[in-house]
Design a protein around this ligand. Structure first.
Ligand SMILES: [Zn+2]
Length: 396
């Protein structure tokens, strides 16, 4: 069987996707490995009866398109004391360029850093009172939502981060949680989806933030959970993955939001775990790292999005664990502490949390002096916090 040229392959994919989902979008980035899961090798047709290519051909085609990196020869040990130092210092020099440029996500930045510190048992290395005061200052009494920093607009993304921080500190009493519930309620639409804020953008990420916020406040019933589930399921694609809204390309970060939301809603059984599990496993590259979708470079944060999703689906053992650990450890900066997206890049609290989180899921314990706490794969918070709050989600 001759291999198809790029354009023909793309066309075949579009026909397949188009007739399967009535999706008119010809997205050239999504057609590689995994997208032809439904192709039948014996007939050379996909199960939607569109003539395509043999599965073997798809795999060879995808292999030639995939992108990866080479890891450094030596793999550093897990540098927990360095990571603690890096996070405790981060943001203390408020004149820093980086600090000034990240104001729009300050609240989430705090959640990433504090959660990582909590996983290493060092939450006390930052002044708690200052953190709580910051969170209170970002609370918008009128809407009930939180902004990323003072003088900014409230949004569901920062509202979840704020609630995660307060829950970690056992300080939910520091704010009026009834107003927060009202804010989340106000964002749900008639189709079950959620706006992120008053400007009306819909995204599956906002659904995850909404249900996770309510679950942490034990007020899940405040919204229509049946419709919320229906909306999440409507974002599923024929390849088993999920996009940001119905018909959008599958992406590992959005899959985490979908699977996490379904776990909170106790509806994980409504999806085909094998099909989605395969798509997620195919994100692991030769370097051991995961990408977020076909043809993209590996990145430490996808270690979390992919592995946490597989863990919720009960299929975390489907990946090459040793290779992933090696990739994550290679992304540490051993002199400054912290993790970067890829080896040699600049470290930040975001990749530090997700690197540590993935190591925690795999039960990695490379440092005798400090143990990584167990992480909850749905909330990305220490399991002991979730246990203290008595929150029950659907896990295998
Ligand atoms: Zn990343």
């Amino acid at each position: 069987m001759p291999y198809l040229h790029h354009k023909e392959f793309e066309l075949a994919w579009c026909q397949c996707l188009g007739s399967y989902q009535n999706n008119k979008r010809a997205d050239t980035t999504a057609f590689a490995f995994g997208s032809f899961r439904d192709c039948r090798e014996d007939t050379g047709r996909c199960n939607n009866n569109v003539s395509v290519v043999k599965r073997e051909c798809c795999i060879k085609m995808a292999a030639s398109l995939s992108t990866d990196i080479l890891l450094p020869d030596a793999t550093p040990l897990l540098q927990l004391p360095k990571h603690i130092e890096f996070l405790a210092k981060y943001g203390t020099s408020k004149e820093d360029y980086e600090f000034c440029m990240t104001e729009f996500l300050r609240m989430s930045g705090m959640y990433w850093g504090l959660t990582a510190l909590d996983l290493m048992g060092k939450l006390d290395s930052v002044p708690k009172e200052e953190v709580i005061e910051f969170v209170q200052d970002c609370f918008d009494e009128v809407s009930g939502g939180f902004s990323p920093a003072k003088e900014h607009d409230p949004h569901i993304l920062y509202t979840l981060s704020a609630i995660q921080i307060l829950a970690t500190y056992d300080e939910l009493k520091a704010i009026d949680t009834t107003k927060v519930v009202g804010f989340v309620q106000s964002l749900q639409q008639t189709d079950g989806s959620f706006f992120g804020d008053k400007w009306g953008e819909v995204d599956i990420r906002f659904t995850f933030c909404a249900v996770a916020t309510l679950a942490l406040l034990k007020q899940l019933d405040a919204v229509n959970t049946r419709k919320a589930t229906d909306f999440v399921l409507s974002c599923q694609n024929f390849d088993g993955g999920f996009g940001s809204k119905p018909g959008s390309e599958s992406h590992a970060g959005l899959i985490y939001c979908a699977v996490g939301a379904l776990s909170i809603l106790k509806e994980v059984d409504r999806i085909d775990g094998d099909l989605l599990g395969w798509w997620l496993c195919e994100r692991q590259l030769k370097s051991g790292g995961f990408n977020g979708r076909p043809e993209k470079l590996p990145d430490v944060c996808y270690s979390w999005w992919v592995l946490a999703s597989l863990s919720i689906l009960g299929r975390a053992h489907w990946i090459d664990k040793k290779a992933l650990i090696k990739f994550i450890l290679s992304c540490q900066d051993v002199s400054t502490g912290g993790f970067a997206d890829r080896p040699g890049d600049i470290v930040d609290p975001f990749h530090t949390l997700f690197g540590l989180g993935a190591l925690s899921i795999m039960g990695y314990d490379g440092d005798k002096a400090i143990n990584l706490k167990k992480i909850n794969p749905v909330f990305c918070m220490s399991q002991d916090v979730i246990d203290r709050l008595g929150i029950d989600v659907q896990l295998p």
